[in-house]
Design a protein around this ligand. Structure first.
Ligand code: BMA
Length: 364
């Protein structure tokens, strides 16, 4: 009886999951390129964990936009498999991001990296539309409400979304086809340090914000995007899913978690266990979309030991903020570069580990 029940359950499971051509992204109208990216990521996630680096192609600690340069390539001879780009201030109609990077160059590098068969991930720290201050301005709890339909800043937000959509529509390959990428807006929701953070808006407002954003971009004909849901440090699945916009919008369940003390690796292990399990059960991808340490041995075995336990698509270090006159000794929270030989040697161990994937490793 037990065997029969098991076979029955197995058949049910297989039928539910058997979709022609494999698993599909959430967007029912996803472009062939988005489908290709989703399925490629699913496959790669089984092979190992990709390494990603924010603004890797735009600048390093000591250089500013040099053709084909990358701090990771300087160190390892290879590019990261995932390149992160940031669009904050695009919404204002500016030419440069909040980190002073030219949007024209971002477009160019996205094109080049796509041609190299790399994975593109885009983040967005839009200013606070109510106060006109930065994304980190959490002085009012009315912001999200004010940009939703019928809100005082709704028209303004639509202009911002138009600018975003217009820019996205220019991200094309040589044949004029829209380049597929991962978009991770409204990130680190479990924290309260952005105007869309957990205690700065209601859960319902946050859900509406997500629905509005995805539907807006879909209506603009953008079906080349995979959407990543994201939180900061969380201790339980319930906490993680508070604000989850739903399987019909989201393709990737991601976590940002920085090393803030001795409890770190245990907490990371715990979080990646429940996030990766949920992702698998929902046919979604899983990623550690921002992480970094503050010490000298960040890329130690401890990180790999955790990453090896779960299917995690990529792990990304934040930007090596250009600071030529004061290259930080320990490069906290970002990728190793500069003077610290111990940290660099540790990163090379990470690079050489068979489980980690850099750009050359994903040229399947
Ligand atoms: C933050 C910092 C800021 C930067 C922002 C967006 O975490 O690195 O300096 O402006 O990300 O890239």
């Amino acid at each position: 009886m037990k065997t029969l029940l098991f076979v029955g359950m197995l058949l049910g499971f297989l039928t539910l999951n058997a979709q022609p051509g494999g698993l599909l992204p959430a967007d029912p109208q996803a472009s062939p390129e988005a489908v290709g990216l989703f399925q490629r990521l699913m496959k790669l996630q089984e092979k190992g964990v990709m390494y990603g680096h924010q603004d890797d192609l735009m600048y390093g600690y000591t250089w500013w936009y040099e053709k084909d340069r990358s701090d990771i390539k300087d160190l390892t001879g290879d590019y990261p498999a995932v390149a992160g780009f940031e669009l904050g201030h695009l919404e204002l109609g500016k030419d440069r991001s909040l980190d002073s990077v030219s949007f024209t160059q971002i477009r160019e590098q996205i094109g080049i990296f796509h041609k190299r068969n790399g994975i593109i991930s885009i983040s967005w720290h839009p200013d606070n539309p109510l106060t006109g201050k930065s994304a980190w301005d959490v002085s009012s709890r009315e912001v999200v409400k004010s940009i939703l339909p019928n809100g005082a800043n709704h028209a303004k937000f639509n202009t911002w979304m138009d600018r975003l959509a217009d820019y996205f529509r220019t991200l094309k390959d040589d044949n004029g086809v829209l380049i597929p990428f991962i978009f991770r807006p409204w990130h680190e929701h479990s924290g309260s340090f952005f105007w869309w953070g957990k205690t700065i808006c209601t859960e319902d407002e946050y859900l509406q914000l997500w629905q509005y954003t995805v539907n807006y971009l879909r209506k603009k004909g953008l079906h080349n995007i995979l959407y990543a849901y994201n939180t900061d440090r969380v201790l339980s699945l319930e906490e993680y899913l508070e604000g989850y916009p739903g399987d019909e919008l989201i393709d990737m369940l991601s976590l940002d978690m920085y090393d803030r003390g001795p409890a770190y690796f245990g907490e990371l292990d715990n979080a990646l266990e429940f996030i990766s399990k949920t992702a698998q059960a929902r046919n979604k991808l899983c990623a550690l979309s921002e992480c970094g340490g503050s010490g000298n041995t960040w890329f130690s075995e401890s990180l790999l030991n955790v990453l090896k336990k779960y299917p995690v698509s990529y792990v990304l270090n934040w930007r090596n903020a250009y600071s030529p006159h004061a290259v930080p000794e320990n490069t906290p929270y970002s990728a190793p570069s500069g003077k610290n030989e111990k940290l660099k040697a540790d990163f090379l161990k990470f690079y050489h580990d068979p489980h980690t994937l850099f750009l050359k490793d994903i040229q399947e």
